[in-house]
Write a protein that binds this ligand. Structure first.
Ligand code: IMP
Ligand code: MG
Length: 337
């Protein structure tokens, strides 16, 4: 069983929470995270808050093996800091070909005018990606301190699927930050779509069972670039929709849920399921609700509208920060996870 998790808007849809829930509740054996350290995923589990830039959010399932694939980019200090903070040494695997971001990449981006104009996070990710394209990036296999973690991740995961095991791949950022499908040049340095995620991991498209597209109940964007229906900071504060970036601490720009973008994201990713996060930001009375039956009529109606307009079942609904603050409709809707 192979499940992919993809961001539907501009990142920060709450992928960390959804990934953690699914890997834990559905007992996935492998949790894989694509992308790089510019993407921060937050997991709040049993009162503790974790900010992840490298390790998959599925780490909360202590039985899960955690894999970093060839197409991901890792920075060694960030990697070791996370491994020790989360206590996951012994179940983390890094592919031989995973790219390594070095200080020189961060230096090279500093002061860059184009990157400043798009609102880059300046984490050295674009510089490292460009080195990879120019065939001069050093890979995980070139760093002795990583040797004990190294493994052939595509082989491991394809074999696991052959053996009927469950693999969960957590994409980073969102569809409209994709280098190809996003609002270029206001995009990140990789293809964040479902196909790009698979390519980063080394698993073919025919092996995918489920593609969960995650939308927040409203849209946020950090950095520059178009944002239709953008609200003023004051209105965002009134609605309680102001957030700050996990990596940069910048305030996020906000807009109401956008059906046009959502439909396009469904198309670009061939989504089979939709997860909605932060329903409680639209309907405060839904906070902490864990069953569909206890949702208010107006909240149900809103979710049903999403479902009917996108023509994809809404299977998971976040109602609070905690991993377990979620309504799981998979059984009711008749889909497997
Ligand atoms: P860069 O990829 O770090 O250079 O950033 C390029 C653009 O993508 C900027 O607008 C960033 O704010 C945005 N971006 C990159 N990573 C994330 C993320 O994880 N969440 C939200 N926005 C991101
Ligand atoms: Mg984030």
């Amino acid at each position: 069983m192979l499940t992919l998790l993809v961001g539907g808007f501009f990142g920060d849809e709450g992928k960390g929470k959804v990934a953690a829930y699914v890997v834990l509740a559905k007992k996935y054996k492998y949790a894989v995270r694509t992308g790089a350290i510019n993407a921060g995923h937050t997991v709040v589990y049993r009162g503790e808050r974790f900010r992840l830039r490298t390790i998959p959010a599925g780490f909360v399932n202590k039985e899960a093996l955690l894999a970093i694939p060839p197409g991901a980019l890792v920075k060694i200090d960030v990697f070791f800091e996370e491994v020790s903070k989360l206590g996951v040494d012994g179940r983390v695997l890094v592919d031989y070909r995973t790219g390594i971001i070095e200080e020189a990449h961060v230096e090279r981006e500093r002061g860059d005018q184009v990157l400043a104009s798009i609102g880059s996070t300046f984490q050295g990710v674009g510089a490292a990606m460009s080195d990879r394209v120019l065939r001069r990036l050093r890979l995980a296999r070139d760093f002795s301190e990583l040797h004990k973690y190294l493994c052939d991740v595509p082989e491991l995961l394809n074999n696991a699927l052959d053996n009927g095991e469950k693999v969960f791949i957590e994409g980073t950022q969102g569809t409209f930050l994709s280098l190809y499908h996003g609002t270029y040049p206001y995009v990140t340095s990789r293809d964040t779509s479902a196909a790009g995620i698979l390519s980063e991991v080394g698993i073919g498209p025919k092996r995918v069972n489920e593609i969960i597209l995650v939308f927040k109940a409203y849209v946020t964007r950090v950095g520059e670039g178009p944002l239709n229906g953008e609200l003023s900071y004051e209105d965002a504060v009134k609605l309680g929709w102001v957030e700050r970036g996990t990596v940069t601490g910048r305030p996020r720009r906000v807009a109401p849920f956008n059906y046009e973008l959502a439909k396009r994201a469904v198309m670009l990713n061939s989504a089979t399921q939709v997860a909605i996060t932060k329903l409680d930001a639209l309907f405060p009375e839904t906070r902490g609700v864990k069953s569909w039956d206890y949702l208010s009529p107006r909240a149900k109606q809103w979710v049903e509208e999403v479902e009917s307009r996108l023509k994809v079942p809404v299977t998971l609904i976040g109602t609070g920060e905690e991993v377990e603050d979620i309504i799981d409709r998979t059984r009711d809707v008749g889909v497997e996870l």
